[in-house]
Design a protein around this ligand. Structure first.
Ligand SMILES: Nc1ncnc2c1ncn2[C@@H]1O[C@H](COP(=O)(O)OP(=O)(O)OP(=O)(O)O)[C@@H](O)[C@H]1O
Ligand SMILES: [Mg+2]
Length: 294
């Protein structure tokens, strides 16, 4: 992408920021309130010297007496791409809700690296710590261009005023250009997000997460509703992200899982039923019974 395009994009963003920032502050309680937090944010890198970027132990949560998560323990290594599968209602989304601070568990331990106790942080703070989450439905700003959406992703944690006068520095411009290529949208930089295909919107949202350079990315059913071709490109995309980021991917699409997975964790009734390569878990009688053999 040329510097001209970047510059044009930056100008357009400035023109529309005021309205947008107003919109956001009316509908979200998130990011900007985080600075009022009573807990000091840890600085610098997540400590992964013990070989784990995410660690859950004996986590449980009940909704009206129903145990959605039941003594769940899970370990994710730095740079790992972990796939999570399991029947509907197994607790996959609830697990992500717990990691991201949306749901508070009744008991258990949730650590980011070996020093950050995630249960001490609020949802917006956890995002700032470097955990990005993608929900199933794309939530891009349809009325903004691809460029503007990506640029906006850098501003979400800033105050209203700082956002209005925000300009990409050269490092951020480089990153934006690089991410555009990674998410296959370099040719569409000036298009309105509302005019993108469903798959492209999903990629754009992943790009928005990448702009914040998350250490851990949680992706809930990222290829649901995609065409076969979009699914294949998404698999490629995830394989390029692996190693640079840690990824936790929940999916029902087994051929997609087959393409991207190393270790697959099978969740059932709120805890881990089996874990191993896809071939291993697919051959597991218990897994066949509750899930794959349906
Ligand atoms: N906030 C909530 N209040 C009450 N029940 C809930 C809540 N969140 C989840 N549940 C219940 O917890 C169980 C686990 O749901 P969850 O959405 O985590 O499953 P899942 O594995 O993501 O399923 P799917 O594959 O269908 O997305 C379900 O029975 C669900 O109805
Ligand atoms: Mg779910």
């Amino acid at each position: 992408m040329t510097p001209d395009l970047l510059e044009q994009g930056a100008r357009r963003v400035e023109q529309r920021m005021a309205a947008l920032v107003d919109d956001k502050s009316n509908t979200e309680s998130g990011g900007r309130n985080a600075s009022n937090s009573r807990i000091a944010m840890p600085e610098g890198e997540v400590d992964t010297t013990h070989g784990r970027i995410l660690y859950l132990e004996d986590v449980s949560v009940s909704f009206d007496g129903f145990k959605a998560i039941n003594k769940l323990s899970l370990d994710i290594a730095p740079g790992e791409l972990r796939c999570i599968i399991g029947p509907n209602g197994a607790g996959k989304t609830t697990m992500m809700d717990i990691i991201t601070g949306k749901t508070r568990p009744d008991e258990g331990t949730v650590f980011f690296g070996s020093t950050i106790d995630l249960l001490r942080y609020k949802e917006a703070e956890i995002a700032q710590l470097g955990i990005g989450r993608k929900f199933q439905k794309p939530t891009v700003f349809e009325q903004l261009t691809v460029f503007e959406n990506l640029e906006l992703a850098l501003k979400t944690n800033k105050g209203v005023k700082a956002s209005m006068f925000f300009k990409l520095d050269s490092q951020q411009s480089d990153r934006l250009a690089e991410i555009l290529v990674t998410i296959h949208l370099a040719e569409s930089v000036g298009r309105l997000a509302g005019n993108l295909s469903h798959g492209q919107k999903q990629w754009l949202e992943i790009g928005m997460l990448l702009m914040q350079d998350p250490k851990l990315l949680l992706l809930d059913e990222p290829v649901a509703g995609m065409t076969d071709e979009e699914t294949a490109r998404t698999a490629e995309l995830f394989l390029t992200l692996k190693g640079k980021h840690s990824l936790l991917v929940v999916e029902h699409d087994m051929s997609f899982i087959r393409t991207i997975s190393d270790i697959v964790t099978v969740l059932c009734d709120g805890s881990v039923l089996a874990q191993g390569t896809l071939d291993q878990v697919q051959a597991d009688e218990r897994v066949i019974e509750v899930y794959l053999g349906r």
